[in-house]
Design a protein around this ligand. Sequence first.
Ligand code: 13P
Ligand code: SF4
Length: 313
Amino acid sequence: MITSHPTDLIAEILRLKRERNAVILAHNYQIEEIQNVADFVGDSLGLSIQAAETEADVIIFCGVHFMGETAKILNPSKTVVIPDMDAGCSLSDSCPADKLKEFLQEHSGKNYFVIAYINCSAGVKALADVICTSGNAVRIVNSAPKHRPILFVPDQNLGAWVTEQTGRPMDLWQGSCYVHMEYTRDSIERAKREHPEALVVAHPECPQAVRLLADEVCSTEKMIGYCRDTKATAFVIVTEEGMLHRLRREVPGKVFIPGPTDHCACAECRYMKRNTMEKLFLCLRDLKPEILIDEELRAKAEKSVRKMLELSK
Ligand code: 13P
Ligand code: SF4
């Protein structure tokens, strides 16, 4: 159901989309109205697969900058636009490519196998051996060469969770997502007291104290299957609040409660929320702001992204 926006704006978006032969890809954290007009809504892994397979001429990526960049890495000849060029990511920012390059040079004797979480810049992807998302991180780490130490960048929480799952020790870059870091042991314990009937489902970007309180830790996409397939009918969802729209739409009849932080009833990503229906309309109309990447850098980054897609089949 499409709600709360003038039908002419929605109709214009849909008309321009057809006219441009464009596809609208939207992350699970986008506002409900954007999710409703998108051709595909999903997690970082699903969106990368869609971006790799699309036959559209134009990709409109409603997410954050590194997501649009990943789509461009996979589609150098297509036009890739995002509604707001300033939709960044604190996690991606925590690992600048020049700092990673310096670190790898300083520790060249280690011969690190670098696994980069997809929430990073094209420059970091170009330095990595393989990319992962929260949906395939366990599989990617399990496939890493056994004789080389792993450097996992940039998310220390996802990295620690993958080590717990696989038993594979890794050196972790000390980055984090500011949204998931807002959840605390206290805030989730409070939610459990207030909703004793609900299961707690948390994203692996959450700190360990929060993950330990969760009944399930998984990527945003896997949250759909988990909540649909378990018998429980109420869930506290410990990730960005946009996820609740998809859960409510795709798992009707169950109750979804946003995970609270110490200060708020839910957590919102200020970068994801920069995108609006008006900006989506404008970027379809003007085909800007466009994602452009230096070709040498793009080709290097493509290798590690393609390797991930290969390993995810
Ligand atoms: P997933 O889409 O892989 O669940 O990750 C969530 C996220 O933080 C994206 O920025
Ligand atoms: Fe980055 Fe966190 Fe926002 Fe995802 S939710 S885009 S990881 S800041």
